[in-house]
Ligand binder design. Sequence first.
Ligand code: UD1
Length: 342
Amino acid sequence: MSKILVTGGTGYIGSHTVVELQNAGYEVVIVDNLDNSSIQILDQITQISGKKPEFHQFDLCDETQVIDFISKNQDITGVIHFAAHKAVGESVAKPLKYYRNNFFSLINLLSAFAGKEVNFVFSSSCTVYGQPDVLPVTEAAPVKKAESPYGNTKQIAEEILVETASVSENYHVISLRYFNPVGAHKSALIGELPIGVPQNLVPFITQSAIGKRGAITVFGNDYDTPDGSCVRDYIHVVDLAKAHIAALKRQEEGRMEKNFEIFNVGTGKGSTVLEVIKAFEESTGVKLDYKIGPRRAGDVEKVWGDVSKAEKELNWKAELGLEDMMKSAWAWENYIKDNSFS
Ligand code: UD1
């Protein structure tokens, strides 16, 4: 079976994707510098799949190490590139940290494969659409000026990939534009591990419910949406992980129409912040303490994806709904209460 390099494979989406790759019979090698993840996740993955993935700890910004690693691992046929900084607020405060890390790692990886065939799956985001003019947003929608250096790294990375793929047939690149990944593996052995106060909605909800945080603030209830709170397309992280396997299969089976393709990865359904809060309460039986606060700077009002291209061309479709997302996120929060990660 093919050997797949997963960068950032101990992170949130990375770890779930490693498990799905192993389930599909792939051999996995992880490279991660553990900047925002725990080495203990390797054991958690092993508990789920029964297979310990090969692991290398180094920084992909180190070009010599990347070239050395790839030259010693000539049997790698595919790369799923997750490793990147992803905190929107931090990127505004420290733009160079984001540009340096997110670009150097991508460029080093692509350079290391020069002259070799490689299937490359890139972790992109619906943030590239900004506030779309038409909903649901399709892959053909214009890319809007980025609201943050983080968003800009995703846009420019896609341009780097387009230009790289346009001059070499060896690169088979699929960029997956994720909507809002939430939830955890059904085993509750892996999930999202935010450092400090969570900036994202669902980890804040679960931490508030368990008593680690105070009341949740709903950022604005005066938007032009059914209940005034923002709308997002929340997708279960396991469904999202499976989309990566579908992308790899498309590459491996030679089904790509161009050697750079983009797919939205969401459920195609939007939910408001208040609906997510209600879904959590109903599916877990736990009451949440929340209040309405001011809008958060940089938030888009509403976005959800047209996912018909992924359904047709990747033969992939999200299967899990808000209830599964909330129940699994809650089970994981309870698991980490009794098990510490460092
Ligand atoms: C954010 C980023 C997005 C990035 C993603 C990574 C912005 C503008 N967008 O998405 O680029 O790819 O994280 O995970 O930051 N909310 C509350 N209270 C909270 C937290 C969030 O009401 O305490 C609301 C937000 O206003 C938003 C929704 O919940 O409407 C989801 O927020 P969040 O989980 O932070 O994701 P995004 O902002 O959509």
